[in-house]
Write a protein that binds this ligand. Structure first.
Ligand code: SF4
Length: 233
């Protein structure tokens, strides 16, 4: 398993936690709004960070770190992800996993083995043909649905999250997602950031204004227990 990025301290990647962050290479999606171009498209040219360096750092700083976030790319495309999570848990670290939900079997296994303490799963779009537009590839929707069910039945802390991209996602789409995950413990609505997006056509798209984002959040509260808004609104 190549680790191709390491942030020593982050306050942004796990609500209420001070964490280190590990980046794994590659992704099976090509979301047009993605900002991790290098991680997704050309990770082979990125330097590897030895796991031992991360382990040493975590042990030396475990007093002020609450845990480690494993992100990508899409971590579950790696068959040896469970091994990495085991190494992190052996440090005594709490572990958060970010996923796009395309590998429900691995998700179920790592949760069942106690290898994750928190999971953040993207729901890119309503669970229909629109999903392909937001993921940039043909998506096996049944896998996304199964991952949602795995999380809902798992007992592990988790959240679902959606990046709201104007042009591609309407407020009614966000409501449909919230309705689908009705009763979920936490749903994060994430502001879109233009700029260096995978699809250059989105680079100049203006994000939804604050009022629109807050209205989406208010609406989502009708379906899920807690809604948070992230990003520059
Ligand atoms: S799932 Fe989409 S946003 Fe996340 S890393 Fe892959 S391409 Fe980027």
């Amino acid at each position: 398993m190549r680790i191709i990025g390491f942030i020593k301290t982050s306050l942004l990647d796990w609500d209420g936690h001070v964490t280190a962050v590990i980046y794994l290479p590659g992704c099976n999606f090509r979301c047009p709004f993605c900002h991790n171009r290098e991680v997704v498209l050309s990770s082979d040219s990125m330097d590897e960070v030895p796991l031992e360096v991360i382990e040493e750092y975590y042990v030396a700083n475990s007093e002020f770190l609450d845990g480690i976030v494993v992100t990508g790319g899409e971590p579950t495309v790696h068959a040896d992800l469970p091994k990495l999570l085991s190494r992190l848990k052996a440090l005594g670290a709490k572990v958060k996993l970010d996923t796009n939900g395309t590998n429900p079997d691995m998700l179920r296994d790592v949760i069942g083995s106690g290898l994750v303490d928190y999971v953040a799963m993207d729901i890119k779009a309503p669970l229909d043909e629109k999903y392909d537009d937001l993921a940039g590839v043909r998506v096996p929707i049944d896998r996304i649905k199964r991952s949602i069910e795995v999380l809902r039945g798992s007992g592990v802390d988790h959240e679902f999250r959606t990046t709201v991209v104007p042009i591609l996602l309407a407020p009614t789409d966000v409501e449909r997602i919230a309705a689908y995950i009705g009763g979920a413990s936490k749903y994060a609505i994430q502001q879109f950031r233009p700029g260096d997006t995978l699809d250059a056509n989105l680079a100049m798209v203006k994000p939804y204004p604050r009022g629109a984002i807050l209205a989406m959040a208010e609406n989502a509260k009708r379906y899920v227990r807690k809604v948070v808004v992230r990003g520059d609104v």
